[in-house]
Ligand binder design. Structure first.
Ligand code: RIB
Ligand code: CA
Length: 305
């Protein structure tokens, strides 16, 4: 059973991914959550992660990730995810506290379990990059890396850059150049898995649960902000990583080497597939079966508190 660390920046779609991680737990073992800066400041994403772990009754520790990118100025996505990073749902007082430094935790856990631990990153890849650079044993000990991010079909922050990479391009370059086997879920694929009114109505007609309220309250906000700023319904970006762990057949892949533009101004944070390169280490998702994805989502939804 694959064991993984989930590094996230909740974030509306990060929250759906955590819910699916809870509901589909027979397929994998979630070891821990690390909250990083990204959609909002680390302080806010940590609060959101703690609230979600408590509401989902996830029995996993929540660690503190990075507060800033490696080099560039920090950017957040308040326009999409709101001032607190997860606008919409209201949570009761949170009883759980942070378990401490996430980078220390990740280094110790991965190095002490060689070949066993997968690192899933669905926010900026800063924590992963710091681990790779901190200790050469880390990359060698990882089972594999799964990331949401990058795009060769246009960006969602600039014309060419996707948010997770744009928020820390230097970290993304370190990760893609690490030589570790990577499964990449960029916009090319995640935009094939879109929320719509039929899905929302199916959830509205489902059994009353705590998570149903969280999902509907968060999606009500997320639909409005996505329609205003990206002129479409939200895509299930981060949940694609969890769906892949549960049922890899939902996706099709092409093997590439990924380069990150850390030099230009206009295309800063863009990713490029080097299809002719040697040592291709990235399995880039190119196709998603949306129906299979949503069937998996509803399978998880039925099991949530
Ligand atoms: O571009 C989409 C990514 O940016 C998702 O991970 C979303 O949560 C935001 O972090
Ligand atoms: Ca995210």
């Amino acid at each position: 059973m694959e064991r993984f660390i989930f590094d996230c920046d909740p974030g509306h779609d990060d929250a759906v991914a955590l819910a699916m991680a809870k509901g589909l737990s027979e397929y994998f073992k979630l070891e821990a959550v690390i909250a990083t800066f990204g959609n909002q400041t680390r302080e806010k994403t940590l609060t959101n992660a703690l609230n979600l772990v408590q509401a989902l009754e996830l029995d996993v520790p929540v660690y503190e990730g990075s507060t800033e990118p490696l080099l560039r100025e920090r950017v957040v996505a308040a326009n999409i995810h709101g001032e607190n990073g997860l606008a919409g749902p209201v949570f009761p007082p949170c009883r759980i506290k942070s378990a401490g430094n996430g980078i220390r935790y990740a280094l110790d856990t991965v190095i002490n379990n060689p070949g066993e631990i997968t690192f899933v990153s669905v926010g900026p890849y800063t924590d992963l990059a710091v681990c790779i650079k901190s200790d050469p044993r880390f990359a060698k000990s990882l089972k594999r890396i799964i990331v949401m991010g990058g795009s060769t079909c246009g960006g969602n922050v600039t014309n060419t850059a996707e948010f997770n990479v744009y928020a820390d391009p230097e970290a993304a370059k370190i990760v893609f150049d690490s030589g570790v086997e990577i499964y990449q879920f960029g916009l090319d694929t995640t935009l094939q898995v879109m929320l719509n009114e039929d899905i929302l109505n199916r959830v509205r007609n489902s059994e009353e649960t705590t998570y149903k309220k969280i999902f509907l309250a968060s999606m009500e906000y997320y639909v409005k902000s996505c329609k205003e700023f990206i002129h479409d319904y939200p895509a299930m970006h981060d949940p694609c990583t969890i769906a892949f762990l549960a049922d890899p057949s939902i996706f099709e892949f092409r093997k590439v080497r990924v380069a990150v533009d850390c030099k230009s101004q206009l295309n800063y944070g863009a990713t490029v597939d080097l299809r002719e390169a040697e040592n291709k280490n990235v399995y880039k998702a190119v196709k998603a079966d949306s129906e299979k994805f949503w069937n998996l989502f509803f399978k998880a939804l039925e099991r949530l508190p």
